[in-house]
Design a protein around this ligand. Structure first.
Ligand SMILES: C[S@@+](CC[C@H](N)C(=O)[O-])C[C@H]1O[C@@H](n2cnc3c(N)ncnc32)[C@H](O)[C@@H]1O
Length: 303
C-alpha cells in the first residue's frame, strides 16, 4: 500500500524553520516525509527520525534522490543519544508533527482505528506494550485515569469497568465495551462514541506525553544558538504542554512586581516566535479536514 499522508502547515513550517544550504534540520516525526521534502527543497540537510519502520522505509523511498537526506528509526525522545554519537549535534532546527499518520490509522492490522476490525495494538513502533496488554495490566482506577486525563472522556469510570470486564483483544471488541458502558442518549452526535477512548489508549501506549516532554526539555542541548524548534499539536493537551514548555524556555522573569532588579535568575536563552499558535488556512482545512485542529508553535535559541 502506498504511504499517503497529507502534510499539514507545510509552508508555515518552512517559513519558521527557514531551511537553507549549510543548515542541518531534524524532522523528528518523519512520517511520509512531506515536511522533510519541503525542508530539503530549501537547501538544508535533513535528518528524519520516526519510531515506525514503515514510515522510515516510505520516506527513504520518496527522498532517495537527495544526498542531503538520511532517515533513522528511533524515538524523538531519544534524539540526543541517537544523534550525539553520530556527531550530528547540535542542529539548526527540530520539527515535531505530533500524532499518527494516515497510513497508521488506515491500516487495520495496526489497531488504531475504531472503524475497522484489527488487533487492539496501537503501537507506532515495533516494541512495547499493545493497547490490549495495557488494559490487562492497569487496574480499573488507573485505566479510568488514563481515559479521563488523556482522552478527557466524561464516562471514564464505566468505560474502564467494561474494558476490564471484557479484556478486548480487537478494536471492535473495545468499541463494543465502550458502547455498552455509555448510555445511548449520551453518545456524542458529531464524533464516534469511542473516539476519546481510542485517543487516550493511543497516547498511553506510545507514551506520547513523555516523548513530547523529553524532546522539549532536550532543546537547549539539541539546538545551536540561532536554531529553532517547531511543534504541531493536534489536541489541547499537547498544545498546552508545548506552550508552557516554550514559555519556561524563554525564562521570563517571575520576580514579584516592584523589585528593582531581577532576582529569580531567569535566563532568557530562548525566544518564542509564535505569540499565538499558527493555524491552517481555510483553504487548507477544506483540502484536508485533519488540519483544522493543528496548532503550530515555534521557539528560537537566542543565547
Ligand atoms: C503526523 S505523522 C508525520 C507526517 C509528516 N510530517 C509528513 O508530512 O508526512 C507523525 C509521525 O510521527 C511518528 N511519531 C510520533 N511520535 C513519535 C516519536 N515520539 N518518536 C518518533 N516518531 C514519532 C509517527 O510514527 C508518525 O509516522
Amino acid at each position: 500500500m502506498p504511504f499517503v499522508h497529507a502534510t499539514v502547515l507545510r509552508d508555515e513550517v518552512v517559513q519558521l524553520l527557514n531551511p537553507a544550504p549549510g543548515k542541518r534540520l531534524v524532522d523528528a516525526t518523519l512520517g511520509g516525509g512531506g515536511h522533510a521534502e519541503a525542508l530539503l527543497a530549501g537547501g538544508a540537510e535533513v535528518i528524519g527520525v520516526d519510531r515506525d519502520p514503515t514510515a522510515v522505509a516510505a520516506a527513504r523511498a520518496r527522498l532517495a534522490g537527495s544526498e542531503r537526506f538520511q532517515a533513522l528509526e528511533g524515538r524523538a525522545g531519544e534524539l540526543e543519544s541517537l544523534l550525539g554519537p553520530l556527531g550530528l549535534l547540535p542542529v539548526d532546527g527540530v520539527l515535531m508533527d505530533l500524532g499518527v499518520s494516515s497510513p497508521q490509522l488506515d491500516t487495520p492490522e495496526r489497531g488504531f482505528s475504531f472503524q475497522t476490525e484489527g488487533p487492539l495494538d496501537m503501537r507506532m513502533g515495533r516494541t512495547g506494550e499493545t493497547a490490549a496488554e495495557l488494559i490487562a495490566r492497569l487496574s480499573e482506577p488507573e485505566l479510568a485515569a488514563v481515559l479521563r486525563e488523556l482522552g478527557e472522556e466524561p464516562f471514564s469510570r464505566p468505560i474502564a469497568r467494561a474494558l476490564k470486564q471484557d479484556l478486548p483483544s480487537t478494536t471492535m471488541g473495545a468499541v463494543e465495551s465502550v458502547k455498552r458502558a455509555v448510555p445511548r442518549k449520551a453518545w456524542p452526535s458529531r464524533v464516534h462514541v469511542a473516539t476519546r477512548t481510542f485517543q487516550a489508549l493511543r497516547i498511553a501506549v506510545n507514551d506520547e506525553v513523555g516523548e513530547l516532554d523529553r524532546v522539549l526539555s532536550a532543546l537547549p542541548r539539541l539546538l545551536h544558538v540561532g536554531g529553532r524548534a517547531a511543534v504541531i499539536a493536534f489536541h489541547s493537551l499537547e498544545d498546552r504542554a508545548v506552550k508552557q514548555a516554550f514559555r519556561a524556555l524563554e525564562g521570563r522573569c517571575t520576580c514579584p512586581p516592584g523589585l528593582p532588579i531581577c532576582v529569580c535568575g531567569a535566563q532568557g536563552t530562548f525566544k518564542v516566535l509564535t505569540r499565538r499558535a499558527v493555524q491552517a488556512s481555510e483553504a487548507e482545512v477544506e483540502r484536508n479536514p485533519r488540519a483544522r485542529s493543528a496548532r503550530l508553535r515555534a521557539v528560537e535559541r537566542v543565547a
